[in-house]
Design a protein around this ligand. Sequence first.
Ligand code: HAM
Length: 430
Amino acid sequence: MESIKAPRGVRDILPEESWKWAFVLDVARRTAEDFGYAEVHLPVFEHTELFSRGIGETTDVVEKEMYTFQDRAERSLTLRPEATASMVRSYLEHGMHRGVQPVKLWCAGPMFRYERPQKGRYRQFWQLDVEAIGASDPFVDVEIVALSLELYRRLGLSNLEVKINSVGCPECRPTYRKTLRSFLEPRLSELCDTCRGRFDRNPLRILDCKNPQCAAIAEQSPSVVESLCGECGTHFGLLQRGLEEIGASFSLDKRLVRGLDYYTKTAYEVLSGDLGSQNAVCGGGRYDNLAEAIGGPHVPGVGFASGIERIVLTMEQQGCFTGSAPHPAVFVVCPDEEARPEAFALLHLLRQSGVSADMDFTGKGMKAQLKVAAGKGALLACILGSEELRASRMAVKDLESGEQHLYAREEGVASIRSLLSNKGISRKDG
Ligand code: HAM
């Protein structure tokens, strides 16, 4: 029988990579906290309606990409394809709209979309999601863009491009939709099948079609910015002014409309020059009508989400990781069965005193254990066999220099700690 493999489009994040994730998530946490955003943990599945109403019935995500299932009580549930709708649901459900505004939240976790897998695109992927809910001030939009850029700066990313646009609001978007339709109508036959289907239902999505012929037509299309109402125009102007003030470089992209229907006003993306076709490390924008769409009062909001896989891929490509996977500082080597209880007790004492330590559990000989110690990246090997036991001593070998010294057993942990601190390794905790 063939052994069972993981489903297509999902990935195991193994130890060689998981430390990089931990690093990215740690920097993300600190950056979010520095900007005043608090962490929340949200459910991985929600009522399907939250996404169909929140994200929009005619979006690719809702039409084709959701993992929807019925539970045993025959409720339709969906594995979250994104976190914004859940964030707003949670904000409303817990009465956060009655407190001080905006409410600034972040979360990180897996999202699920049935897309064609390729490099940087998976069916289960992680997002860092950051949302400021309850304020319409354009400087909150600036803060959101600034937070994402500050995160990438702290991670050491370069070769990034920030694109911004405004998608207007229910006041001015119908005018733009009309202008766009009149521009596209005579060119309908030149558009791809998908875009011809979008013409009636969601013509703005034609603007970000990847098909070269559609893209060439979209390039010629009238810009949404010219159709913005006074309020959206002012908002877009202040967003640009704010970004200029903080020294963020960005470009206007009239074809940037984003794939989710809840956007109003600001839309933005950060693209990496090192990712290939799935090059968006981050996407976001304002969603002033989302709360109403899911049954709440009118509550403005703005946020972004950044794909963790894509951040890690870009950082690898650009050589941003300087650390390494965690490794034990000390490896306890015990070549004799009779000394194992004492060796294990020493291992435990080291760990209790905050020294990362490990030992062999497979009955290897002395040489092989020392080899494993070096392979695991340990700095010191602490040898405790029958001979050392009888002499109430232990030998400590510096695996970098090869030097070895004997210590009295009762001084063991203290000696190891001082040897490690000479090497710049300090006690972790405890
Ligand atoms: P999105 O553009 O659909 O926006 O996704 C945001 C980011 O998630 C993308 O830029 C990309 O880095 C990552 N991503 C999306 N799909 C995949 C995938 N299949 N595999 C790997 N990474 C992926 C949203 O999800 C919005 N909720 C963003 C937002 C927050 N807008 C306002 N607040």
